[in-house]
Ligand binder design. Structure first.
Ligand code: CA
Length: 661
């Protein structure tokens, strides 16, 4: 061993030994939080630095002056591995509770239980509920719809409040979990809305923007139009958000109504993906984590300040054993107690790869058909070594976890950060390789020149399930708004063609497809590019706009059905993609390829897919013989719109074509 290496190892060991956090005992039991029975409730909290922990019981959920609603305050007992316990006798159901830690040097703030499964209004106090009883009728019989392989997924990204809050939604419980359980909801003019509408689209998964308890929306006055938030400001990770419940004060109502929503989704053939934000907490020093064990759950810079890879003021430390345990147990809680079918990890690049793979292995054991994916980037630098981060470029090192492809997203429409930038569908030259790269779901393919891809110049996906293909999501301008800015000189009819072409590319490419709710009716946020706290009239799904764009919606439905009916569009392995998908030599602005349907298990033996992003009709040379035209740029008919015989097919300007035989 070289002297310098030895020195480095000794120095590292010394530095690690100096950080007392790394010597904290790790509690490995499964009973953190409160365990309720009618006879007694048992509490266990981890706080290895505490000199004492006080547990307070309250009648009400919101802190009052002089604690007039205090039922009892007890000192917890020191127990094994840094934990503190207390058994409260009697039936405590309905009571609220908090912890308060005192260390040698400080009395920390009173906070709810990190492991609270139920909380009162605005998440200030945890609540003891009979968790198993907090369920709708027949909850025990709830079953997730069948889902065979990851590349079958077509994800639809939805915000609970956006879905039903529009005045014309016809939904009674607007903006609520149970608003998405209502049947046969319609606009005044008779257009189907709400869950019925979503289920009719034919997507397989609905991804719900944060629905754990988050901070910003005042749950007591949730329908103040100024009080809107996406929910990327987490407070209580294991309790449902209260502004979506009909009674935010009652933790059992929050739990029951969320379960009711999931049960309805499952009945309608939709699996539910939860958007989870373990990468940062709403508050730093004031966070519940920090008030129980200072500096443990967050990364801290060399200067002793919170590091900020999230861009939200702090970042969590997934590599620390008790944070890793918290994440895993939280995820298992949602799978086991809410039948959640998948997770979308916000800023997953902040989490270390080892933790993500550990989580993936454990969750796949519990639910083999679970779907896991996330944002393979950070929003700032992190003290975590770059090669440990769950970044897109390391997707091939992630075990059964996908990442969003910004290569496809911005290849199609241009950079989300540069308003005027264009992409393949909107007229930018040289984007063909990015589209081809998306078509093969980011895996290596002999026809694709990876060095010409817009961002990542290497094949980050090993298998197609590593790649989530999309063109818009809740972040940044909607595609429709982006086109209005980047292509202001084009007519609305032309922009509609671009919009349709972009989404057709997403839904015919290999990998996993992802749609932002309302994209199918040209969703607009009136030009707002970051609507995280914008009022409802920017964010809501506008059902009147939907009714006006029925032709576009029908096109999406047929395209989704086409993908679901034809396995050639969603091959399960990279090997199958390399063997069965070949690109044709085409002119600039055009991408075309053949699919060997026979080998991909498709009822069509051979298919040709053409994307013409030029503003002219383009002749595409074809192999000899007779073809059925399945998609002619505007119409989709699986039986064939008409037959075509010839060696040259003229693809209309700005259109996608599918031929089959
Ligand atoms: Ca909340």
């Amino acid at each position: 061993m070289k002297k310098a290496t030895l020195f480095f190892i000794l120095l590292t060991a010394k530095l690690m030994a100096q950080n007392p956090i790394d010597s904290y005992p790790v509690y490995d039991g499964a009973d953190l939080g409160c365990t309720y029975t009618a006879q007694s409730t048992f509490f266990r909290v981890w706080s290895p630095i505490a000199k004492s922990v006080q547990l307070r019981f309250y009648k009400t959920d919101l802190p009052k002056e002089r604690d007039v609603d205090l039922i009892e305050m007890v000192e917890m007992q020191a127990a094994e591995k840094g934990t503190w316990t207390f058994r409260a006798v009697g039936n405590r159901v309905g009571q609220y509770y908090t912890y308060q830690v005192k260390t040698d040097s400080a009395t920390l703030k009173e906070v709810p239980d990190l492991y609270a499964k139920a909380v009162g209004a605005n998440g200030r106090r945890a609540q003891i509920i009979d968790f198993q009883q907090a369920a709708p009728p027949k909850w025990a019989d709830d079953q997730s719809p069948v889902f065979k392989q990851k590349t079958d997924a077509i994800i639809y990204e939805l915000h609970v409040r956006d879905a039903t809050i529009h005045p014309a939604s016809g939904v009674k419980n607007k903006g609520k979990f149970i608003g998405l359980t209502e049947k046969k909801t319609k606009t005044p003019s008779g257009f189907t809305t709400g869950l019925d509408y979503i289920a009719d689209l034919g997507v397989t998964h609905v991804q719900i923007l944060p629905m754990y308890d988050y901070f910003t929306v005042d749950e007591i006055a949730p329908f103040d139009p100024k009080s809107y938030n996406w929910g990327y400001d987490p407070l209580n990770y294991n309790a449902p958000e209260g502004n979506y419940a009909t009674n935010p004060h009652d933790g059992a109502v929050r739990v029951t109504e969320l379960r009711q929503m999931i049960q309805r989704f499952h009945k309608k053939g939709l699996r539910v993906v939860m958007d989870v934000v373990y990468n940062h907490t709403m508050f730093g020093a004031e966070s519940y984590f920090h008030q129980l064990v200072p500096n443990y759950y967050h990364r801290v810079s060399e200067k002793g300040q919170f590091s900020n890879a999230s861009g939200c003021g702090n970042e969590t430390a997934s590599e620390r054993p008790m944070m890793r345990k918290f994440m895993l147990e939280s995820l298992i809680h949602w799978v086991e107690n809410y039948h959640i079918d998948g997770f979308r990890f916000d800023l997953m690049g902040i989490h270390d790869i080892e933790t993500m793979n550990y989580i993936s292995e454990a969750l796949h054991k519990i639910k083999p058909d679970i779907l896991l994916y996330g944002e393979g980037w950070t929003a700032g630098d992190s003290p975590l070594a770059e090669n440990r981060r769950s970044l897109k470029k390391y997707a091939h090192r992630l075990d059964k976890i996908g990442v969003f492809s910004d290569d496809m997203r911005d290849g199609l429409k241009g950079s989300v950060f540069e308003k005027l930038d264009k992409g393949f569908v909107s007229g930018k030259a040289g984007m063909e390789a990015s589209i081809q790269f998306g078509v093969v779901a980011g895996v290596s393919h002999p026809n694709v020149e990876v060095s010409k891809v817009v961002y990542t110049k290497e094949n980050w996906a090993a298998e197609p399930h590593h790649c989530i293909n999309y063109v818009e999501c809740h972040d940044n301008h909607t595609l429709w708004d982006k086109l209005a800015i980047s292509n202001a000189n084009d007519s609305e009819a032309t922009r509609q063609k671009m919009h349709r072409l972009a989404n057709t590319i997403v839904l015919t490419s290999q990998g996993i497809s992802f749609l932002h709710a309302g994209s199918e009716f040209l969703r607009t946020k009136q030009g707002e590019e970051n609507s995280y706290k914008s009022p409802d009239d920017i964010n809501y799904l506008d059902w009147e706009r939907a009714a006006k764009n029925k032709i576009s919606i029908d096109y999406f439905k047929k395209l989704i059905a086409l993908r679901r009916n034809h396995p050639a569009f969603r091959m399960p392995t990279a090997t199958a993609i390399r063997e069965n998908l070949q690109f044709l030599k085409t002119e600039a602005g055009i991408v075309a390829y053949t699919l060997n349907g026979a080998k991909a298990g498709d009822k069509w033996k051979e298919m040709i897919v053409i994307y013409n992003a030029t503003q002219q009709s383009a002749p595409i040379p074809l192999p000899e013989g007779k073809w059925k035209v399945i998609l002619d740029g505007e119409r989709i008919m699986e039986k064939g719109i008409h037959d075509f015989k010839g060696t040259r097919y003229y693809a209309p300007a700005l259109s996608a074509i599918i031929l089959a035989r």
